[in-house]
Design a protein around this ligand. Structure first.
Ligand code: BEZ
Length: 305
């Protein structure tokens, strides 16, 4: 059985007609019918019920169709990922979530650029879900994100867990307390401003799960499009928000950042690469990241590419 057979079968299944499928595939109908017959002989079962108009798949045909679509999608992914790999020697494309930009990413890029002055570095702001797609489509070579989206062709490297802090308006009661630590329990009846609204699941769902996991509920929350809107609204006294610690220098005139008790709540920083991609550029990028972790005194468990 060849990929060609799967493409032909999928076209017939989707068009529900040999004629229309032949048109879609730019071939004539008789060879298409012959190929499908050969496929059925090879699999040993009827896949298409030819007594119906429009054509219908048999139960085995439905099963075969679902798997054929997956195999074809995988083979397309493999093609685009390999094409990207072939162009990898003189450029690297890096996806990142916006919250990561406020921390050490600029320093990491500057040092990486110094290691490879002749390499073109492309930076793209993409959320964690978009990074997974862009990696499999060969549009980026590495992503730095915060959420895990499982995909068998992607390897995730947990770089570190970053502490979360609560952003509160300067004149809020929590900001006045001596101890200046909070727990999620303290936030259950506060007005929370969560972000980003899409695509889901997003950091909003991550935060809500933090509550659920402790059998707590965020009773009053609104959702806004992005982090800057949330912080702007906090500055305006509209509520509180939760942000990664590296952001705590933003809006420092109007906003106080309070740590969670025992630094208990964290958000992961995850590096995603295509499985089996052992490029020198990726190895260096990871090494440079760890060098900055050493400088900043961040906890991490080193991994290798
Ligand atoms: C970090 O803050 O841990 C980080 C940011 C950007 C790239 C890699 C790591």
């Amino acid at each position: 059985m060849e990929l060609r057979h799967l493409r032909y079968f999928v076209a017939v299944a989707e068009e529900k007609s040999f004629n229309k499928a032949a048109e879609r595939l730019y071939i004539s109908q008789p060879p298409l019918s012959r190929q499908i017959k050969q496929l059925e002989e090879e699999v040993g079962v009827m896949l298409i019920d030819r007594d119906n108009r429009p054509l219908k798949l048999t139960e085995a045909g439905e099963f075969f169709y679902d798997h054929a679509v997956q195999i074809l999608a995988k083979s397309d992914k493999l093609k685009s990922m390999t094409m990207r790999k072939a162009n990898f020697d003189n450029s690297i494309s890096i996806g990142f979530v916006s919250s990561i930009l406020y921390g050490i990413l600029p320093k990491i890029i500057a040092r990486f650029r110094a290691c490879y002055p002749n390499i073109e570095i492309k930076l793209q702001e993409l959320n964690s879900w978009e990074q997974t797609q862009a990696l499999t489509e060969g549009k980026i070579d590495v992503g730095f994100g915060r959420m895990l989206f499982e995909d068998a062709s992607i390897r995730r490297i947990l770089l570190r867990e970053e502490s979360l802090v609560v952003a509160v308006p300067k004149d809020h009661d929590l900001a006045k307390e001596q101890s200046r630590v909070v727990s999620l329990m303290d936030l259950t009846n506060e007005k929370l401003i969560l972000y980003p609204t899409g695509p889901r699941p997003s950091f909003i769902d991550y935060v809500l799960e933090l509550f659920e996991f402790r059998n707590l509920k965020a009773n009053y929350f609104t959702e806004v499009r992005e982090l800057h809107v949330a912080l702007g609204l906090v500055a305006a006294g509209e509520g509180l928000t939760i942000v990664p610690k590296t952001l705590e220098h933003l809006r420092s005139q109007e906003v106080i950042y309070i740590p969670f008790e025992n630094d208990l709540l964290t958000s992961p920083i995850i590096m995603s690469v295509r499985h089996f991609d052992k490029s020198e550029l990726l190895k260096t990028l990871l090494e440079v990241t760890y060098q900055f972790y050493d400088i900043e005194g961040f906890d991490y468990k080193p991994e290798q590419i």
